[in-house]
Unconditional design. Structure first.
Length: 651
């Protein structure tokens, strides 16, 4: 009998040991094999990307190319309702007040447009600046391509289309899967933000000359007083004689020409790609920094066109537990932000985005975490202009974290969850070992860097958010992602926002070895523990990583604007007072940590979120905003505004 009881006790003990090793000590990571639609190429050891046969363009502005903007009226219907309605693109079909808010599936957009006559050999490029998630495109009834991804531009070559009228049809499917970015972790899993579907950014046709510039990269070096410039060119029809030089101009912030050079263009043996590289010497440049965001302009002129991009002189380092911007210590005082407008969803206008960023500046803030996906290029331009330091990241979101989401789901209804599904969720902690997922993450990271690499406001490339990185495979996956990206840009800091799991996070988190800063999302006093518990947790991280700056990338509490309490200290709940008290107490604890380098409060505005259901104080909304969903301030906004203003350690 004793042997039988011992055997019964041994079985759960062995299960616990197996689970412990599985969750915290596994290492099955191997570098991804296989390929994707994105190809990494080099020209004279300078990297660039090819996708769907086209070089991936790097944020170039030009007035000399013909652009046909396809924004405006489109015919629209869903797969469940063939009734055609008119919508205006950019468009999200599942906004907060839409009848399709909870719809998952395919919708269709159609319209006609006219292609003008153009020079022989010109490239005609159909561009989608943002479409969520799987996009299929037909031109005149013929399929021209497909794309999987939610937030970055993609392009199709339609040069074969003749001048005249054409019909475009687009199918957009917003359903997610286990290896999409972002992921659906398990059946019934709700994403941490609303998965707005549709053509949420502009659609356009761009007519490029027979030899056109597709990449302008600017790399200032403050220590050397130099500006390294590279201009890359594409000649789809290389039978046309190639130009031999390009004129590079640097324009100062006040609009004067600062430097000029005639630079030879060196074409590859096939004549398809060319590059012009030059190093300018600049004495006493005006620096880009939050208090004076000076912006320069680079122009590249050829016989076919004139292209330009903006840039700034600034340097960012992580040194001995401090952030150093332009040689001076920097304390980041900021807030996280989703790209969302209450009416238009992800299809946010530039004016609406400016209101958000102005609110951060009005908070006495100098930092915005653009979560959890690449925001629009216009948003980055506003950050450059306003002097807001930025953290940008790819939607590698909570990969492998399904076990936590399963056990601590905020919703009261199961939505298909049963304990029988737990083994598969337990197994899914291996998500960062999935090669398809990692290749998609790499592709998004490289495309984000290519699109946004000239923005001086960007200090951090974010490798992901709250993945299961408590075992060696997670750290090795993030290390691999960083290594893939460093050839494209090593002038910024690489970052990752880890899930602060009490006790386990300090002891087992492996991701911090892969990045330059210790970034953590912690919710002491809201989801777990007491507010005061944050102090020992942060201090323990500082002792473990004394040479890395510590950034609290998320903290906060839900509050309903207009709900108040007289209790001191406030009771834990949805009152404005509790939210403000929690954030103030957290800030004072953080400031006592020797390596603390900044905070981005979660979050700027209340946002639509399927995690929160009908029983939430405001149904379907995450209420952690310093502003409510209409942009009206809560008590916490004024409290953080005062704390950020009073803090003596400023940039």
């Amino acid at each position: 009998m004793d042997i039988f009881l011992s055997a019964l006790l041994l079985i759960p003990a062995l299960c616990i040991v197996f689970a412990w090793r599985h969750l915290f000590f596994r290492n099955r990571f191997t570098p991804p094999s296989g390929s994707s639609d994105l190809h990494i190429c080099t020209l004279q050891e300078f990297p660039f990307l090819l996708e769907k046969g086209l070089p991936y363009p790097v944020g170039i502005r030009t007035a000399s190319r013909r652009v046909i903007l396809l924004d405006g009226d489109w015919d629209f219907h869903s797969e469940n309702d063939p009734q055609i309605t008119r919508v205006r693109v950019p468009h999200c079909f599942n906004t907060a007040d839409s009848a399709l808010r909870d719809f998952e599936g395919s919708v269709y957009y159609e319209r006609d447009f006219i292609l003008p006559a153009r020079t022989e050999g010109s490239l005609v490029r159909l561009a989608f600046l943002g479409s969520f998630y799987i996009t299929d495109v037909w031109l005149n009834g013929q399929p021209i391509g497909s794309h999987a991804g939610g937030y970055l531009p993609f392009y199709f070559d339609i040069s074969a289309a003749a001048p005249g009228s054409h019909h475009i049809k687009v199918r957009v499917d917003n359903r997610l899967s286990l290896n999409s970015l972002p992921q659906r972790l398990f059946r019934g899993h709700n994403l941490g933000w609303h998965p707005y579907g549709g053509l949420h950014r502009s659609v356009l046709v761009e007519i490029c000359p027979p030899q056109y510039c597709f990449k302008l990269r600017v790399a200032p070096d403050l220590q050397k007083g130099t500006v390294n410039v590279a201009a890359l060119f594409h000649a789809p029809n290389n039978s046309i004689r190639h130009f031999e030089t390009t004129i590079l101009n640097i324009i100062s912030p006040d609009g004067n020409q600062l430097a000029r050079a005639d630079v030879p263009v060196q074409w590859d043996p096939c004549g398809e790609f060319g590059i012009a590289r030059h190093t300018f010497m600049v004495t006493s440049p005006e620096l880009w920094e939050p208090t004076s965001p000076s912006l320069y302009r680079l122009e590249a002129q050829t016989q076919h066109e004139c292209c330009e991009t903006t840039f700034g002189f600034r340097s960012i380092l992580a040194r001995e537990g401090k952030l150093i911007l332009n040689g001076k210590p920097l304390l980041l005082k900021g807030v996280s932000r989703h790209q969302e407008d209450r009416v238009t969803g992800l299809a946010q206008s530039v004016g609406s985005a400016r209101q958000d960023l102005d609110a951060i500046r009005g908070l006495n803030g100098n930092f915005v975490r653009l979560s959890h996906y690449p925001h629009s290029a216009e948003t980055l331009e506003l950050c450059d202009e306003l002097g807001l330091c930025a953290w940008v990241e790819i939607p590698l979101y909570q990969s492998g974290l399904g076990i936590i989401r399963f056990l601590f789901d905020k919703t009261k209804r199961s939505q298909g969850k049963t304990w029988r599904s737990l083994p598969s969720i337990f197994k899914a902690t291996r998500a960062l070992e999935d090669h398809v997922l990692l290749l998609r993450a790499r592709d998004d990271l490289l495309k984000m860097i290519e699109r946004d690499g000239n923005h001086p406001s960007i200090l951090f490339w974010g490798l992901g958010n709250e993945c299961w990185s408590l075992h060696p495979s997670g750290a090795k996956a993030l290390t691999w992602l960083r290594a893939q990206a460093e050839d494209f840009d090593s002038s910024r800091l690489f970052s990752y926002a880890a899930f602060a799991l009490p006790y386990f996070g300090v002891r087992y988190e492996r991701a911090y070895h892969a990045v330059d800063v210790v970034g953590l999302n912690e919710y002491f006093g809201w989801y777990y523990g007491k507010v005061a518990d944050a102090a020992p947790y942060l201090q323990a991280l500082a002792r473990k990583y004394p040479h890395k700056p510590l950034l609290v990338t998320e903290t906060g509490a839900d509050a309903v604007r207009g709900r108040h309490t007289d209790q001191i200290p406030p009771e834990r709940g949805y009152s404005e007072e509790y939210q403000a008290w929690l954030l103030e107490t957290q800030w004072r604890q953080m400031r006592a940590v020797p390596t603390f380098a900044g905070l981005s409060v979660w979050v700027l505005k209340d946002f639509l979120c399927p995690e929160y259901r009908e029983d939430n104080p405001v149904p379907f909304y995450n209420l952690k905003g310093l502003l409510d969903r209409d942009g009206q301030p809560k008590l916490s906004y004024e409290r953080m505004k005062t704390l950020y203003r009073e803090d003596q350690k400023i940039d």
